[in-house]
Design a protein around this ligand. Sequence first.
Ligand code: ZN
Length: 532
Amino acid sequence: MSRRGSILPLIAAVLSSGNGAPTEPDWDTLGRSWWSHVQVLADDGMEGRETGSPGYARAADYVVQQFRAAGLQPAGVDGYFQPMDFLVTQLDPVRSSLELVRGQVVRPVALGDEVCHMVSSASVEQFDAAAEFVGYGLKVPDLHYDDLAGIDLRGKIAVLVSGGPSDMPSPLKAHFQSPQVRCDTLREAGAIGAVRIPNPTIPELPWPRLASGLLMPRMELRDVGPGGYHPLPVTVIFNPESAEMLFEDSGHSLKEVLAGLGTTRPLPRFPLAVRIRGRVGFSRGTARCHNVVGLLPGSDPKLRNEYVVVSAHLDHLGIGTPVNGDPVYHGAIDNASGVASILEIARAIHDSRSTPRRSIVFLAVTGEEKFLLGSEYFAAHPTVPGPLVANINIDGVWSMFPLRALEVLGVEESTLGDDIRALAAETGVEIHTAYEPDRVLFIRSDQYNFIKRGVPALFPGIGYTRGSPEEKLAHEWTRVRYHSPADDAKQPVEPSAAARFNDLQRKLILKIADSPERPRWKPESFFNRFAR
Ligand SMILES: [Zn+2]
């Protein structure tokens, strides 16, 4: 599939004026070029780019073509591709059910509307277990905080509300709620499963969209490697609107529990009066898919053996439950936009004939929507020989209003934060930390797999001033378009904002690649513990 539009306006956009003075880049033209990639990748023909699908393969071919045009060398194991294998588990709702049992009383719970099974390679077909409410279910040794202290969870199902006390630092809250740490902690405490009640105070996917997402195939890496993610045999997500029924006769109510949200105190913990009984129908299979890896070799004889990774996830949700008659989950902003940004950054570096000292890896990953699988695989099996020294990850370029601010996750954690602050200051752009720390977005995109291996990382995005009309627009976008077919290339955008964003990231990447010193974690950063 060829790119729309001609290359000529681009060249015009980056050339300086005739008198030799540098001119302001033509942001509109650059923005349209960025958006043209989004239009290709979010097209119906890409079928939502689900991991392992023909649509994803077509999108990956487009990325290869663009990498080649930007002068990047193939740096996968098969040309530009890094293939990997997945285990696939597909829920069969017809053969599934869930009941709450109290003595002789059996209360069926409506699958889809009230509750959802989340299947995995560890799923069991039947379970029947006592349940215990464990508050946030967090165990954070750093803070001597332990919701599981003194509770016997052996053979039981832990029922918890996502989130954490308001004064718990966001990186800790994020790390200890990651599925891997969460499952390991509950398993060590003896639990066979978890029922998660999404925190109703955190702006998230509306329930119907969350529920339909859980009907999509669940994928896991076949080769998880040491320290990989091992799910629990039972995982259930309960609609917060319906979850009161779990608390009947326990002497407590969900309402009372939720009143404790937003405070610094742990939530109460107590045994529930109901047993949870389930049947889970599922089928198992396998799939294969690939990351796309392009390399700009560094110019310095020594530093070229160190690699700066610029990543964006190429996959999205594929074809699913239709919304307003559209079954294609186009993933225009999530994350055709981020891929478009790394393509534009690679091309701009190429066109400007920059010769960065360190090598730069441009990485379009698969399996992000299946919980960060492609980046996990790359971080565990890098296709380049030297150390990875930084990761800049772009996921969702919200180009809906002029660029005045950035939201930068991880900005306080490493020297990369100082670099981006300095560049933003030069252009008068404000820097914000996570707007919604409780959404734990720092562990919800691909940078997290680099962080866990000690690589300093940033997740920058277009931001807004708190309380501004732009903030309203952003919330509205999450409510209406996030993980919905409405995240398509027909939505209103202001591409020039993305062009400015891309330019700032390009400068950041070159600054990192040229700096005599490697980036490093701040000594006081929680993530410093992962550094080797
Ligand atoms: Zn997504």
